[in-house]
Write a protein that binds this ligand. Structure first.
Ligand code: ZN
Length: 135
């Protein structure tokens, strides 16, 4: 029996016959076109690349989270005009930055329009002002 189309060799990747003379790779009883193998390998490489990028991003988030746990709250200082003030909620907006006023910060004399400097620390997405100076 001549090794032609009738030989029954089927590429396991595209399910098409492996014609004699076409570049093919064999592994045991399995045949694949070299071009199919190359395409498959390329797709797998792209998939692995995407997955690696995802794992790296996750690792970076975990590293940042771990660093925040180790270094503790990040200090900040802001100077600007009070653009909003809610005494009941102890919230003040300095410029565009909304902050929470720590219980130790006196609210007397605080009002929208004043120029202030606020110092404190970031806790997650919250800025907590522990020292407020009216300028
Ligand atoms: Zn194929």
């Amino acid at each position: 029996m001549p090794p032609d189309d009738e030989s029954g060799l089927i590429c396991t990747l595209c399910s098409k016959p492996v014609h004699p003379g076409t570049a093919a790779a064999r592994s045991g009883d399995t045949f694949v076109h070299v071009r199919c193998l190359a395409r498959e390998t390329g797709l797998r490489a792209m998939d692995l690349h995407d997955r690696a990028a995802e794992v790296l991003a996750r690792a970076e988030r975990a590293r940042a989270h771990a660093e925040a746990l180790v270094t503790g709250p990040e200090p900040f200082a802001l100077t600007g005009q009070v653009t909003a003030f809610d005494a009941a909620a102890r919230r003040v907006t300095i410029g565009v930055a909304e902050c929470l006023l720590a219980p130790s910060v006196p609210l007397d004399g605080l009002a929208v329009g004043l120029s202030v400097s606020g110092m404190g620390f970031r806790s997650g997405i919250e800025r907590v002002v522990t020292t407020l100076v009216i300028r």
